[in-house]
Unconditional design. Structure first.
Length: 468
């Protein structure tokens, strides 16, 4: 009789816990995180090893960006459930957020060992391997994903970035087309976003609509392909961001069979129907039979002469060189933490005897207060209304020193001497090891020797013979 009562109580406790878990899950679904947390806490007071409560408590804390508290719950759960693949995966996610990449790799590898078809763990593992420049390992991890799910678009897109980084253009640009089926690109079907030709001979006399698809820098970098199309006697209409129209129109400074028309997305409905419609960053793939590699052309954009003259009147009148600088990019960029330089590290550049000019508008109020004390730094944020203003200011510089933002592309396209400061794991367009780039003949690439080591990069700039 006593034994039956014990079992009844156990069943009752389990049933009560299950009911509480269900109630908490409903709160989670409605994003009522404090209410869900309160229930999980209640469950854990009675059963500290409850896996679901521990894991979900951690998840609610992650949602609130309380990573340290979440880590405590996941580690506690791991003591009771050391062979739970999802726990190791969750710990990998958190330690990766803390930038403890090798520890995160260990958790992902353990998750995969426990669940060999754990695609998310493979994806995050490959992401870390890429950050650590372990590119062969990353490709192997991506191949494991394709073995589990052949044709997975996000995996093929990620592989394309590694292939392009290594200069494998043919396969890289082909796989890059899988970007359209990934969440970042809206999961569009390729037929909805492009109508391209089968052979370059079909372009003669035909109209081509090229539409920008990503950031300002991408538009500046890839608009050069409009020149290739124009020289194949295509009638080209280039759709760009409004802030870039005036600058991109200077493509027509070249002698072309027909002028390139430059417009914006809000005016597309006013255009006549085009024979072909191509997203801008599909052009290397679309032109694969016309050109090999990257079309090198030196300067291909120009600033307005009147704007240049006005800037010259504003610059300091002394014997010192003028250096345009950019130490940070758009903070909303997903790779901003990797590519931007903390100002405390960048400011060593002011040891150079020169006039410095901030050529970026992406600067916080906090940073503005910090730089007000630097007398040799001139801030032009209020005068930089669009990229035409920026291009004119850059043209007046003797040199530009910048991190990997759109301003690097403006400077390169203008043919300005540019020192581009790159992280250890660079974006695909900058390739590996080389100090030069076929994208911009006037640019010198200065790379980190190890992850997050900006001190050595700034040291290379400040000891450069051209500057000193």
């Amino acid at each position: 009789m006593q034994r039956q009562t014990h079992h009844s109580r156990s069943r009752g406790s389990a049933s009560a816990a299950q009911g509480l878990l269900l109630k908490a899950q409903n709160h989670l679904a409605r994003k009522e995180l404090p209410l869900a947390q309160a229930i999980y806490q209640r469950i854990l007071l009675a059963d500290s090893g409850n896996l679901v409560a521990r894991r979900n408590m951690g998840a609610t804390l992650v949602e609130q960006d309380k990573l340290e508290q979440a880590l405590i719950h996941y580690e506690a759960a791991l003591k009771y459930h050391p062979n739970d693949a999802e726990l190791h995966y969750s710990l990998g996610v958190i330690t990766q957020r803390f930038n403890s990449l090798y520890e995160a790799m260990g958790h992902y590898l353990r998750a995969i060992e426990l669940r060999p078809r754990h695609i998310e763990a493979f994806e995050n593992l490959a992401n870390i391997q890429t950050q650590l420049c372990l590119y062969d390992d990353a490709l192997t991890s991506y191949q494991h994903i394709l073995d589990i799910e052949p044709g997975r678009d996000s995996t093929l897109y990620s592989m394309s970035l590694i292939l392009l980084l290594h200069g494998h253009f043919k396969e890289g640009w082909e796989l890059y087309e899988h970007r359209w089926a990934t969440p970042d690109f809206g999961k569009k079907h390729p037929d909805e976003v492009k109508r391209i030709w089968n052979h370059p001979s079909e372009l003669n006399g035909k109209s081509v609509l090229i539409i920008h698809e990503q950031g300002f820098g991408d538009t500046i970098q890839f608009c050069r392909y409009a020149l290739v199309l124009a020289n194949l006697n295509a009638r080209v209409t280039l759709v760009v961001q409004p802030e870039l129209v005036t600058l991109i129109e200077t493509l027509n400074n070249f002698t072309l069979p027909q002028l390139i028309q430059v417009t914006t997305k809000d005016k597309i409905d006013l255009l006549e129907t085009h024979d072909y419609c191509v997203p801008m960053m599909s052009l290397p793939y679309a032109l694969r039979d016309s050109i090999s590699g990257i079309p090198e052309m030196g300067q291909y954009l120009w600033a307005n002469e009147k704007n240049i003259s006005e800037w010259h009147k504003l610059l300091p009148f002394n014997e010192k060189i003028n250096i345009g600088i950019v130490w940070s990019g758009n903070p909303k960029h997903k790779n901003d933490a990797n590519r931007s330089i903390p100002f405390d590290k960048f400011k060593a550049i002011f040891n150079i005897d020169a006039n410095f000019h901030l050529i970026s508008k992406d600067i916080s109020d906090k940073e503005l207060k910090n730089i007000e004390k630097i007398s040799k730094l001139h801030v032009w944020v209020d005068r930089l209304l669009d990229f035409s203003d920026t291009a004119a200011l850059i043209t007046c510089m003797d040199l530009v020193v910048t991190v990997d933002t759109s301003l690097a592309h403006v400077s390169g396209a203008l043919g300005k001497t540019t020192k581009l400061l790159l992280p250890y794991a660079p974006d695909f367009r900058w390739f590996l090891n080389s100090e030069s780039t076929p994208w911009y003949k006037s640019a010198e690439l200065i790379r980190q020797d190890k992850r997050m080591d900006w001190d050595s990069v700034i040291s290379k700039v400040t000891t450069d013979g051209f500057i000193t």
